[in-house]
Structure formats: C-alpha cells, structure tokens
Design a protein. Structure first.
Length: 293
C-alpha cells in the first residue's frame, strides 16, 4: 500500500463553473466557503446552469451557487437522511427523497416548508426522476416498487411492483415518456411512464447496477456496477434506439462505481462521460473509444 501511495501525485486540477482552471494541493490553496450541510452530502443534482441542489445526512436540502459555492437556500422537513435530490432543469421545483420513506417538493422561491408531499413507499426511497416539464414524478424504493405522481396534486397515478427490484436510481429520457431504472437485481429497465409498464429490460450484468444516466439526445443510457478488487465496477453504455444493446464498457475502477454521467459536449469536444468510485477516484472517458482522458 505504501508503494502505491508513494506514486500518487497530489497536484490536482480544479475546474470551476466560470471556465477557469486552478491548481489545488501543494501548488495552491482552493477557495473555501461555508458548508451547505452539517453532515455528509449524499446526493447532488443540477438545478440551473448556475445552481445545484444537494441533500445530506443532516436531513436538509440546500440550493447552492456553482460559481461562488455559497448556499442560497436550505430546506428542512425530512425526518431522516436525504437519499436523492433532483429537479427539472431550469425549473423552480426541487424534489428530495429520504430514508423516512417520503418524497417532498420544494419551491425555490417559495416558503421554507415543502409545497407537496408524496408518501406511499414502504421502505427508503432510492430513486427520483422528474419529467422535463416538472408535471410528473417517478419514484423508486427498496420496497421493489416504482410509483408515478402528479406533482400539482400529490396524487399517485400508478404503482408497479417487481419481485427483487430494489431500485437504486431513476432518470428520465429527455423528450420521451420513458424512465430508466437501475436495480440491485443487476438489471437496467426502461419504463414507459404513460402506463407505468416495463418497455424493455437490458441483459443482466454480473453485479448490482448502482446508477444510470441518459444522454441529452436521448440515444444512449449509462449504468454503473458494483465491484471490488478490480472485478466488476465498470460503467456500461447502452443503445436506446433500435438495437437497445450494449455498445461499450468503461473499465478501470478498483471498487464499486457509485455514479456515472454524460458530460456536456462542447463544439470542439468529443463525447465524454465521467464515473466516480468507492476507490476515491473520478475518471473521465471518451464515450466512443472508452479511453480515459
């Protein structure tokens, strides 16, 4: 272990929202801000190009500025740790799920309390996906169910249960009525939100699927796997079009890959994805070649 640590460089690069790049570590001290949470951060999501929302073990939800790092609003109302947060991009609505088995909706410019409650799951809520217009919400839980909700009324519009489908993550396909879901049963499912039915199930992997994401053009989805000692821990690219087959795998983490995301594509940049892992690393990959950047 000592030999491995001796080869690690402690000069890292910090990328800021304004496009500037700074060095951290021995080469320079990072800018510091007051923390948005008083305990570990458990989930983070984009709210607007300049804002993000986060949830924590302190039972709170915070809205912060990407640029300054300052917390602008803090919502308190859950009884236990917040497990997931999400929002439709450019929406004023923030959604949070918790170990208290509930989901709550918060208004960015509204009161400090929740504007809507979504009770109904029997165990911790582990998946959240909101439609692009923020009118509908899909939730998933370790109780093996996926539910659909009307965000205005809080009414449950549908509930589907699949044996051993312990939900780990949900995401909505842009411009489509489909929701992607990963599970502890090692599969990635495509749900048709209109009837809350499974439209497609990708071939099962060897390990638990921990997270998923969808490309902005709606053509591909990613899933990430658990693993240990270099076995498993990959991310997988799936085709959502005609073949709906596995396109590529991204291997290189030594422990569970905890999250995966498609990175915004600039005019001169190749499509890229990023993965994070329990091995304390974040890796950026060329989407087409699986080469690491």
């Amino acid at each position: 272990m000592g030999k491995l640590q001796s080869k690690i460089s402690f000069h890292t690069t910090k990328y800021r929202a304004d496009g500037s790049v700074g060095q951290t570590g021995p080469a320079g001290a990072p800018q510091q801000h007051s923390p948005a949470h008083t305990d570990a951060v458990t989930s983070v999501a984009a709210l607007r190009p300049d804002l993000c929302v986060s949830g924590g073990r302190d039972k709170s939800v915070a809205v912060s500025s990407w640029r300054s790092g300052a917390a602008l609003r803090r919502f308190i109302g859950h009884e236990r740790e917040v497990t997931k947060v999400t929002s439709a991009l450019d929406s004023n609505r923030v959604f949070s799920a918790s170990r208290d088995k509930t989901v709550k909706m918060w208004e960015l410019h509204g009161a400090s309390g929740p504007s809507q409650h979504f009770p109904g799951h029997d165990l911790v809520v582990t998946g959240l996906a909101v439609s692009p217009d923020a009118s509908q919400l899909c939730t998933g839980s370790r109780d093996n169910t996926v539910c659909k909700w009307d965000t205005e009324t809080g009414e449950c519009l549908g509930r589907a249960a699949i044996s051993r489908n312990l939900v780990t993550h949900l995401c909505w396909v842009p411009g489509e009525p489909y929701v992607i879901q990963t599970s502890e049963d090692k599969t990635t499912r495509v749900w048709d939100s209109r009837g809350l039915q499974v439209a497609h199930t990708f071939p099962a992997k060897q390990h638990i699927q921990t997270c998923c994401d969808v490309s902005q053009d709606g053509r591909y989805c990613l899933s990430s796997s658990s693993g240990s000692a270099g076995h498993g821990a990959e991310a997988t690219l799936w085709d959502l079009r005609q073949t709906r087959g596995r396109v590529c795998e991204y291997k290189g983490h030594f422990q569970t890959t905890t999250s995966c995301v498609f990175l915004p594509r600039g005019p001169a940049l190749a499509p890229s994805i990023a993965t994070s892992s329990s091995d304390s690393t974040v890796k950026v990959w060329d989407q087409d070649t699986a080469g690491r950047g």
